[in-house]
Design a protein around this ligand. Structure first.
Ligand SMILES: [Zn+2]
Length: 164
């Protein structure tokens, strides 16, 4: 098992490592130590102080607030509310439901038929970054990606139970 130092992992996050190195790192066993280091790097890269419990998606984290509540938070600081709620309900949504809107992002005829499929883009109200897109049939409920079992993860896998 390879372990990587903090500086190497920082370079990975910034996209500064050569392809062979990234491939080697992604192929190797992802150990606990590595997770904790990545967490430390994420923590030092955000401008706020809430403790990051888990990276949730690109730009999004599950953080612990001073009152021990857990919320989904963008790296810009915008909070989407309790982790048990779907963060997308607090996001800005842009729906591509016409040929014109779909063709803005897909070259001709590569996009979906708006009668069958819409593209929803979820955008952070705080910084405007595109957080996620989903392609769904018109009227389909908002997809709730996943509900992490944070306590079990910290207890069983990291061996570092969270205080409540
Ligand atoms: Zn944001």
């Amino acid at each position: 098992m390879r372990e990587y130092d903090l500086e190497t992992l920082r370079q990975l996050k910034r996209g500064e490592l050569p392809f062979e190195k990234v491939h080697e790192m992604q192929s190797s066993h992802k150990d606990r130590d590595r997770f904790l280091k990545m967490l430390a790097i994420a923590q030092e890269s955000v401008p706020w102080n809430d403790r990051i419990l888990l990276p949730y998606a690109e730009h999004l984290y599950v953080v612990e607030k001073p009152d021990k509540s857990r919320v989904v938070k963008c790296d810009c600081g915008y909070e989407f509310g309790d982790v048990k709620q779907n963060w997308k309900l607090s996001a800005l949504v842009y729906v591509r439901d016409t040929k014109e809107k779909i063709n803005e992002i897909y070259p001709d005829k590569m996009g979906c038929d708006p009668d069958w499929m819409h593209i929803r883009e979820y955008i952070c109200p705080g910084c405007g970054v595109l957080l996620e897109t989903e392609a769904v049939p018109p009227g389909y409920p908002i997809v709730f990606d996943f509900q992490p079992d944070i306590d079990t993860f910290y207890e069983k896998w990291l061996n570092q139970p969270l205080s409540k």
